[in-house]
Design a protein around this ligand. Structure first.
Ligand code: ADP
Ligand code: MG
Length: 953
């Protein structure tokens, strides 16, 4: 490469990079205001460019009727909302006011496209049409989900990307377009001609970024928009409207996208699907800027452009692989710079209503459910006899998809980790067996363990990196994994590239090759049913409970001795193994492989299957795959006939279906069906009275110092939440920690239990310096409850309690899936029931924890802490929300625990309760220890009376 080539590549890279920078800036803007990870940002670019080109060709671009459709939908949705609130007239006028701007644009664009306007007027009109659509999109797609988690918003964005790409194909057709140049001048620099067009793009981009940066830092409105992002409730209370902020930021984002589209349309050929990759590269830049900084994101995006330009020179096939591989280390660095234990924001999912049924009715429902299950298995068995070969082959595809989605149920629905990469792992399984069995003639039965082993190693590698990532970074990393994998499948010589791999040997059973779809049906559906059974066993076991607890937050699970990192990796590996197994089956069933079934679009589709069927349930996996695969088949043949055009239009339907599901039935079809038919019945627990209890740990003798806190301080920025606190707790005593709200009591609990690390000073537990890891401390015998209750609401009371005993048994995943864990499981359940009995909650054992009253949930937390067999118990305001008699029972329990030799530290505001119970009291104020002594001494302490008790009397 000589200097001229290098300069050419640099110009190319900068010209592209600047466009990515524009997109990166829009993405940062949207994320910082709305928390939406806006994947389809690039679609605004292609829509803008193609609208512009269509106008130049003297056509009326399809985006104009589309804008009309969006306006109509907007009015309809607003009216429907008003109908429910009985304020239709007021809403009609407000809806019309909201669409007034877009209506004017629509009229102008309609008129404008009837005449032949000058180029610049066409550019303005094209940008205006797309810009007007931005706020409408926000209103229709995102505003109903304003309180959803970042993850749900991300899935919706991916769905919107599907819809927008499919529509673009319909509106603009499949061929690439270029527009006439806006500026037709070039300047030679060092022998390299620099296009005026490039300079124009750079100039506009720099100006725009500068303006946004200034607006966000220095204008009131810019600051208000940032405030909305940080705290929606707070902003709402301050009179800042989230909806308005959302619409404004979408207006800007659409404007930036369309502008970029018009600017690049003379230099780049734009296709209907060009936008996605453009947008994703903007994303990589935005992520470099931590989705927060405009200048850093823009700079990052320019670097991506340069990297892409130079890598296309050296390794053009792997250009995308190089760019998208970059995203993972970047995400990793971003995450590692964050807090130690990250609490993601989660949707507060509605806990399914609990049926209040008599035991007799329950038994009947269970019988009906079992009967339906048996009928289902019989129906599955009968299918080959009833259906044609073609229909059975279709069912085979349903079964294969269901195996993949079953993994996603565990990973996404249960563990809360969203993965777009499952199709890539299907591809890994398929290509490994395809390559090895066809090239080396190895029996597929031998390539199965090989394929699984490779998938396992790659899943471990993938998860070691991605599972560390928090929140929306994880799905973004899986999305780039999926893209990298796809380009590898399409580019590597071993896979046969786009042309594919043919002549994959068939599977042989007892010497005969299996060809017929019906024989395959037996294998695929047999495997599926067994896997479903195994998954259902796993979820109902010690490791299954731990995985189910992940969604309720890492701090809670770690404080119960669960290794959340290992659980996440396990979920990831299991999901990938299922995907690879499906791939292995697919390769030998299909006997031909090409990259498209393993593309990122297919990865997204698997996620949609889970969302549509019900991501949290095993039945949902099958329902979702059934609906999507069969609908896909039908739509792929019929939509092109209806629309009179070839193409993947079914993605429009699936995108809309996924968005509608998330808005209307967020838990999916299967759970809704269960609720509708009243067949959601709690599991019947069979308790044996003489079950063994798990072994007890050695306890310190009464009077021995269990906990020694020495001079700890904790600062949160400028707030000194704890200042130089020292205290001891001894076995067999109750120490009360009192003080006004904000005194720092809960912070001290967090320091003791390892949730936070002290800024200075240290904590000794059982004679050793604390590791400040909640899991280690819990396993060493420290149990705690939380001031703000942390339970797994959709798990039963007994399961929540058994979670506390997690560290007291060691069931493996395999043993759990094969039901070989029953003796240990009986032990854990027996222990959970014993503790529930102790706290008086055994009557509610099979109730969903989320449907308990708040006071009861606190008591449940105590039972859960006790199930870990602790020698130190930290209780943060346990009596809040309890009635008088319940408080007495709690006091009784604590006295009993003390008599058994446990050390108890209790934070409590009820002074009668504290004075009657505590052996010693520590009083805190403003983060400092104010006094320490027996209840009598404290009651007589002048400083305490002055500061605390005095105020109350
Ligand atoms: P208490 O439990 O006695 O009511 P806390 O320990 O909850 O008090 O809070 C003590 C002080 O520390 C309060 O001013 C609170 O706002 C602040 N604080 C607690 N946790 C955090 C945190 N994670 N970040 C910032 N400030 C915090
Ligand atoms: Mg507190």
């Amino acid at each position: 490469m000589n200097l001229v080539v290098a300069l050419f590549l640099a110009q190319d890279g900068i010209a592209n990079g600047v466009v990515y920078a524009l997109l990166a800036v829009a993405i940062v803007l949207l994320f910082s205001v709305t928390r939406i990870t806006f994947v389809p940002q690039g679609e605004f670019v292609s829509y803008g460019a193609l609208t512009f080109v269509a106008m130049q060709d003297g056509q009326r671009p399809g985006t104009i009727p589309l804008l009309g459709l969006l306006i109509a939908l907007h009015v309809v949705v607003d009216l429907a909302a008003g109908w429910r609130r009985q304020r239709a007239v007021a809403l009609l006028s407000s809806a019309l006011r909201a669409v007034a701007g877009p209506l004017i644009v629509l009229a102008l664009a309609y008129l404008g496209s009837s005449f032949h306007l000058p180029l610049i007027a066409q550019a303005v009109l094209a940008i205006a049409v797309i810009t007007a659509a931005g706020p409408l999109l926000y209103r229709l797609v995102y505003q109903p989900l304003a309180d959803a988690s970042v993850l749900v918003l991300l899935i919706v964005s991916v769905a919107l990307h599907f819809v927008m790409t499919g529509l673009a194909l319909y509106i603009f057709g499949p061929s690439g377009q270029r527009s006439a140049p806006l500026i037709d001048i070039t300047f030679p620099v060092m022998g390299v001609p620099i296009a005026g067009q490039t300079l124009l793009i750079i100039g506009i981009t720099v100006a725009l970024i500068g303006a946004l940066y200034f607006a966000s830092q220095h204008t009131l409105y810019g600051k208000a928009m940032q405030a909305v992002a940080l705290n929606r409730t707070g902003a709402r209370l301050m009179g800042i409207s989230t909806a308005l902020a959302g619409r404004t930021s979408f207006l800007l984002a659409a404007f930036i996208g369309a502008l970029a589209g018009v600017l690049i349309s003379p230099t780049t050929t734009i296709l209907y699907d060009t936008g996605f990759l453009l947008g994703l590269k903007g994303f990589v830049g935005a992520i470099l800027g931590g989705l927060a900084s405009y200048p850093v994101s823009a700079l990052g995006a320019v670097l991506i452009g340069l990297l892409e330009s130079y890598s296309s020179f050296f390794a053009s096939t792997y250009k995308e692989v190089i760019v998208f591989s970059l995203i993972i280390p970047i995400l990793l660095v971003q995450t590692l710079r964050q807090h130690r234990i990250e609490e993601d924001d989660h949707d507060s999912e509605a806990v399914p209503a609990q049926l209040n049924l008599s035991p007799e009715a329950l038994r009947r429902r269970r019988r009906i459910k079992t009967g339906l299950g048996v009928a289902f298995v019989l129906a599955v068995a009968a299918m080959p006899a009833i259906l044609s070969d073609y229909q059975v082959a279709l069912l085979n595809y349903v079964g294969l998809a269901a195996i993949v989605v079953l993994g996603l149920v565990l990973l996404t629905g249960v563990a809360g980790l969203t993965s777009f990469a499952q199709a890539a792992y299907v591809g890994i399984g398929a290509y490994i067996t395809g390559y090895v069995s066809s090239t080396y003639g190895v029996s597929p039965w031998l390539t199965l363990p090989l394929a699984l082993a490779v998938a396992c190693v790659l899943a471990l590698l993938g998860s070691l990196i991605t599972v560390r990532l928090s929140g929306h970074y994880l799905p973004l990393a899986t999305l780039s994994l999926a893209i990298v994998a796809y380009y590898l499948f399409a580019g590597l010589p071993q896979t046969g590239g786009q042309a594919g791999m043919t002549d994959i040997p068939p599977l042989t059973v007892a010497g005969t090759a299996v060809h017929s779809p019906k024989a395959w049906y037996v294998g695929i559906w047999g495997a599926l049913l067994l896997l479903q059974l195994g998954m259902s066993n796993l979820l109902d076991s010690r490791p299954g409970r731990a995985i189910r607890a992940l969604k309720s937050g890492a701090i809670m699970a770690e404080s119960l001795g669960v290794n959340t990192w290992a659980m996440k990796i396990a979920a990831f590996v299991i999901a990938c193994l299922l995907a690879a197994l499906a791939g292995w089956l697919y390769a030998h069933f299909q006997r031909f492989l090409n990259p498209s079934p393993f593309s990122f679009n297919q990865g997204i589709e698997y996620l949609f299957m889970a969302v549509i069927g019900g991501a949290g349930s095993i039945g949902g996996a099958l329902v979702g795959s059934g609906i999507v695969v069969l609908a896909n088949q039908w739509l792929q043949t019929n939509l092109p006939l209806i629309l009179g055009m070839q193409g993947d239009f079914e993605i429009i339907i699936f995108g809309i279906a996924a968005m509608a599901m998330l808005q209307l039935l967020p838990r999916g079809i299967w759970p809704a069906l269960l609720d509708l038919t009243g067949l959601r019945v709690p599991k019947s627990w069979t308790f044996s009275a003489d079950a063994k209890l798990p072994p007890l740990r050695d306890k310190p003798v009464p009077g021995e110092t269990v906990l020694a806190v020495r001079g700890v301080s904790k600062n949160f920025g400028a707030i000194a939440a704890n200042r130089n606190i020292s205290l001891d707790a001894k076995a067999g005593e109750v120490l009360a920690l009192i003080g006004p709200n904000g005194a720092g009591k809960s912070t001290l609990f967090d320091l003791i239990s390892g949730v936070q690390r002290p800024s200075s000073g240290n904590v000794h537990f059982l004679g050793r310096e604390s590791s400040y890891f909640p899991r280690d401390l819990s396993r060493a015998g420290m149990g705690r409850t939380f001031q703000h209750v942390r339970i797994v609401p959709e798990m039963t009371v007994v399961e929540n309690t058994a979670l506390g005993a997690h560290a007291r048994a060691d069931t493996s995943f395999l043993a759990a899936a094969l039901r070989l864990d029953r003796p240990k499981e009986a032990m854990l359940i027996a222990e959970a029931l014993r503790q529930l009995e102790r706290v008086g909650l055994h009557g509610a054992a099979t109730t969903n924890a989320g449907s308990l009253a708040l006071g009861q949930q606190r008591v449940l937390e105590i039972a859960r802490a006790l199930a870990s067999d602790p020698c130190l118990l930290l209780l943060d305001e346990p009596a809040a929300g309890l009635r008088h008699l319940e408080k007495q029972a709690l006091a009784q329990l604590l006295k009993q625990l003390k008599a058994e030799g446990m050390a108890v530290i209790i934070v409590e505001h009820d002074m009668d309760f504290v004075m009657n119970l505590a052996d010693r009291i520590v009083v805190m104020q403003f983060g400092e220890k104010l006094a320490e002594g027996t209840p009598c001494e404290i009651q007589r302490n002048p400083a305490v009376i002055e500061a605390y008790l005095g105020g109350a009397e």
